[in-house]
Ligand binder design. Sequence first.
Ligand SMILES: Cc1cc2nc3c(=O)[nH]c(=O)nc-3n(C[C@H](O)[C@H](O)[C@H](O)COP(=O)(O)OP(=O)(O)OC[C@H]3O[C@@H](n4cnc5c(N)ncnc54)[C@H](O)[C@@H]3O)c2cc1C
Length: 464
Amino acid sequence: MGALEKRLSGLPADIVRTAPEDLASHLTDWRGAKQGRAEMLLLPRNTSDVVEIVRWAAANRVGLVPQGGNTGLVGGSVPEPDPSGPVAVLSLRRMDAISPADPAGLSMVAEAGAILANVHTAAEAAGCRFPLSLGARGSATVGGLVSTNAGGVQVLRHGNMRSLVLGLEAVLPDGSILDQLTALRKDNTGYDIKQLLIGAEGTLGVVTRVALKLSPALAHRSIGWAGLASPKEALALLKRLRAAAGEVVESFELMAGAAVELTFDHAPNIRPPLAGAHDYHVLIELGAKASVLESVLAAAIEAGEVQDATIAQSETQGEAFWSIRETIPEAEKRQGKTIKNDISIAVADLPAFHAEALALLQQKYPGARPFVFGHLGDGNLHWNIRVPVDAPEGWLATEGEAARISLHDLLMRYRGSISAEHGIGTLKAAELGRLGNPGKLAAMRAIKSALDPLGIMNPGKLFA
Ligand SMILES: Cc1cc2nc3c(=O)[nH]c(=O)nc-3n(C[C@H](O)[C@H](O)[C@H](O)COP(=O)(O)OP(=O)(O)OC[C@H]3O[C@@H](n4cnc5c(N)ncnc54)[C@H](O)[C@@H]3O)c2cc1C
């Protein structure tokens, strides 16, 4: 019996795949930037299978890389290219059941492999909604969203995934089941251990089922698009919206003109919402009648804060506006290499930070162009940097990395975060080690070694 066969004995045959063609798509990330290596793919059907897998992995010292939709953007969902021991990808895709929503309690239970778009549909069928959405909603799973504490386009009103998890079930690294799968809104019985699993990026256990917090369906919805000069004016518009509409600002997305224009080249069916070019654009969604949005935009134009604006006249037109915003990551991926930065900062400080970052880039890295878009309403921008067209071989690893470090250093002066919503994975592990608070890092390591002393859960991630 070979080493691999020996290791596989003890696992239900139906859940193991070792053929290279079965593993291939699980070993590379969405960007195609990372190629990992694993001996097998494991496809559990239920929580009992996960328990068996985890116990087997601990006994055989096999690293487990939990994977959902594999849409993560920091390299957390794929194994390392050169793992120090045997590794298996643990895909939750077969565990995708969604229980009927409870409209009275505004909750719903989904298995970890349930796809976000299906969660939306199931919530809507019960007259509710699950208020977290992002461009990868057709592939991203509940387990991945919990494990990255995903954000998306509605955080300014509903918070990120952490605020939308009422309870969860997970298998811990020793094979025990953490059962906090309730829809309780109040439970002060000691440490809230489930919070450790949220945002842990698969390093503390495997999330298997989640009780999600729903919202009532919106009575009204209106979607608008505005062209403006800079993030400063965008912030002024956000203040106006809040003053007029209160809590119902569902989304407020900022996009640089270059990012919007790239989508027109990338997807010829996309039509520009406004006639002219603008340095910046915002996409607004309100849970209110279009008349509210119309009067706010008119007042902002009158005050000189907005250059031009339009309101979607139908659901289809509203979806067309959203498709521009959601095409940006794909268009960016196709146009060539960029340095990805997923930063957050106090909303009020965003305009000043943005201006300083632009000046820094121009002065120290001429030729490198900013490619900025994101969730201005909650202080999170994808402050990406395009590699110069004439960059010499190796620019990304040297100058590009130096540009990232300079941007992060500037961010630290504003007490911002180097990862607003994508997590750390491997892409940002070194920067977390460099810039993270030593007290927090020590506590993180203590928690990791207490729960996973053998280091079997997602080896090589989070910690440099
Ligand atoms: C086009 C596009 C747009 C995006 N927009 C956004 C956005 O607006 N906001 C945002 O926050 N993110 C965004 N993302 C990133 C990504 O969609 C999210 O990080 C998402 O939460 C990942 O879900 P997933 O199921 O694909 O997880 P994966 O990529 O498979 O895994 C992500 C991490 O979670 C761990 N994990 C997965 N499942 C489990 C589990 N069951 N138990 C334990 N650990 C697990 C993995 O090990 C990995 O560390 C976007 C990605 C793309 C491609």
